[in-house]
Ligand binder design. Sequence first.
Ligand SMILES: Nc1ncnc2c1ncn2[C@@H]1O[C@H](COP(=O)(O)OP(=O)(O)OP(=O)(O)O)[C@@H](O)[C@H]1O
Length: 268
Amino acid sequence: MIAGAVLEVRELTARRADAERRFELHVPSLSLSAGQRVALVAPSGSGKSTLLDTIACARAPDHAVRFTLSAPDGAASDNVVPGGTAAEGMATEGMVDVLAAWRRRSESGLARIRARLLGYVHQRGGLLGFLTVAENIGLSLRLAGIQDPDRAGVLAGQLGIADLLDALPAALSVGQRQRVAIARALAHRPPLVLADEPTAALDPDRARDVMAALCDMADRHGTALLVASHDRPLLERFGFSLLTIRAQVPAGTRLRALVTPLSGEGAA
Ligand SMILES: Nc1ncnc2c1ncn2[C@@H]1O[C@H](COP(=O)(O)OP(=O)(O)OP(=O)(O)O)[C@@H](O)[C@H]1O
């Protein structure tokens, strides 16, 4: 185990298929440590969302040799995956074995992994339209079982949206919605936050502001970031290590794609 690792993936394969096509994404190795910023920069359709959704435990990997997430002290002692034991590979050395949870089809275990260990910022916020800003931020606290009535307000203040706590998402600009989404993804202080094109809908100035807010909030708690984006200059400006997804020669109807480092010092 890498010291301070929050995510470790080895030899992971994720497949998508319909009647005409088959797509297969392969990740030989991907590790993130506390506070690290890693970005996926790759063309549309190359598999960025497939990878983020797999890491987010929204879809099962089709194969992996290792897929672990770190469990902070509280989450580990809370036995993130119920019934897990070291013998089954669960919650050993402060890491939770996500593969084992999928193998056991432990819906409650996977739900707790998502709720406690991960945050997710979607391209357009993904906020619930019938909840206020405060309720949207509070949702991740509720799911994680954290009772801290002040935290949503404190976060909103840090993100410059304190005056919007009672507003519904429809009344917000796209940039304001992304700030709410960042607050929601970080409120429960997960070790890893994923973001799928979090600035794609913004003009360059707003994109820079939102990325600064995301990185600043992540830095406060040593949160690791894994971001998918097309905006390479913005990612370089904020010190992300870059990965890309390279298409391999299609074999028949199958397209294989491989996640590899884009710049010299990569996380993979
Ligand atoms: N439900 C599906 N059935 C079959 N193939 C799919 C399905 N969803 C996605 N794919 C294929 O999987 C590949 C990866 O898609 P994915 O959405 O992960 O790419 P992406 O890089 O996130 O694209 P974008 O930047 O446009 O969101 C694509 O070739 C796509 O055609």
